[in-house]
Design a protein around this ligand. Sequence first.
Ligand SMILES: [Cu+2]
Length: 118
Amino acid sequence: MKLAALVLSASLLCASCGKSERELVKRPYVVTAIDYHFHDAHPSLPIEVDRAVQFSNQGRNPHNVTIEGTSYDQTVRPGERITIRPVGSLLPTPGRYPFVCKLHAERGMSGVLVVVPG
Ligand SMILES: [Cu+2]
């Protein structure tokens, strides 16, 4: 009984905070790197500045994420993922941000992140 009251008051609190449950648990936008292509990044869907972006390497080779105009230059090994949380911590200004895998730039392994206001 006490637990039910607690759950009810918690959901009331949430309802009164003005944000939907979905907004409270914003999932990262996932860009998948597969040899030798970035999926869901041509360009990305709009990513709010307060949302995380994640690069997941589902291929068999190491890949890299270098975002133009920033010092961001990270290698991601097969089976690993790297996250910028939130994307606005690196890219605070909405806009289009080209990035490239510098290991496979000659194969055209690149993409564009679209950052929008939160
Ligand atoms: Cu690559």
